[in-house]
Design a protein around this ligand. Structure first.
Ligand SMILES: [Zn+2]
Ligand SMILES: [Zn+2]
Length: 281
């Protein structure tokens, strides 16, 4: 199989290493395709997204690399765009502004209804998760998880991004403390989003980051969810959500094994400018 990764973050946002460092790492591992997906700018100061004034520089850097390495590595330009109601809702803005090849859509910041505050569910510290759960949701985990999936569903329904980032990221800092991924109410919420993804033609990624960073015991989504994905015939891809060149293919072999164990035989890859299927080997 030709190796690939369509979900990566360089020093243009919160990753380390230049895009060229990622290209070199990809070539050293015989990758065929590499996509850059910096976090799209947000309308407030933060430390993890691409800066708005850097968007053109980002676009030019990735496009120059793609010309320079043509014939050796297919290099694509993308962004991982956050969906936040009332703040960032229309993914066409960044798609057109930077002429992106594709868009990865995800929820990292949950905004409860009628609230200006945001619950950051990602990052290295579970204390941030716990604090938001307490302050914004009064420790009502079901309400908090419902808010995450409502926001995700609103994104899938309205924006239908090419790829849905880490669809069950909400489980990461939970670490089976406030709810179990086997709870029926939780599974029903996740299944609803998976069904919607299928209806809207979105690709669900199998994201290995939680596992190689030691923040989670399984992929996003995990092995049990892959069975549902197989039943619903949802198209999937695989990514490491690399934030450093060394993370480019982190836990890929394990992910491929889990995908095969679920009976899934095809992966979607962005190749020659469009999404194609490849057989899992
Ligand atoms: Zn993400
Ligand atoms: Zn990412």
């Amino acid at each position: 199989m030709n190796w690939f990764n369509h979900h990566t973050h360089s020093a243009f946002c919160d990753g380390t290493g230049t895009p060229l460092d990622f290209v070199k790492a990809a070539l050293a591992q015989d990758f065929s395709m590499l996509g850059f997906s910096s976090h799209a700018p947000l309308p407030f100061n933060n430390s993890f997204t691409l800066k708005e004034e850097e968007v053109d520089h980002y676009r030019q850097t990735i496009r120059s690399l793609s010309y320079e390495y043509a014939g050796r590595l297919e290099i694509y330009l993308a962004m991982e765009v956050d969906f936040i109601p009332g703040m960032i809702e229309d993914f066409r803005f960044w798609k057109n502004r930077a002429n992106l090849d594709y868009v990865i859509g995800g929820v990292h910041l949950v905004r409860p209804q009628a609230d200006e505050r945001l619950w950051f569910i990602d990052g290295p510290k579970r204390e941030t998760y716990d604090q938001g759960l307490s302050e914004l949701f009064g420790n009502d985990i079901r309400l908090a998880v419902r808010s995450y999936f409502d926001q995700l569903n609103q994104m899938i329904e309205g924006q239908a991004p090419d790829v849905i980032a880490h669809i069950d990221k909400i489980k990461m800092h939970n670490q089976e403390r406030f709810f179990s991924i086997n709870d029926l109410w939780y599974q029903a919420m996740l299944n609803e989003s998976l069904t919607l993804a299928k209806q809207k033609g979105c690709i669900v990624e199998v994201n290995t980051r939680g596992l190689y960073k030691g923040r989670c015991k399984d992929f996003f989504p995990g092995a049990s969810v892959l069975k549902t994905i197989k039943e619903l015939a949802i198209p999937i891809t695989i990514s490491s959500d690399a934030h450093a060149p060394a993370e480019l293919s982190g836990k890929f072999s394990e992910a491929i094994e889990a995908i095969k164990a679920a009976g899934i035989r095809e992966l979607k890859v962005f190749r020659y400018g469009t999404w194609n299927s490849v057989v899992v080997e």
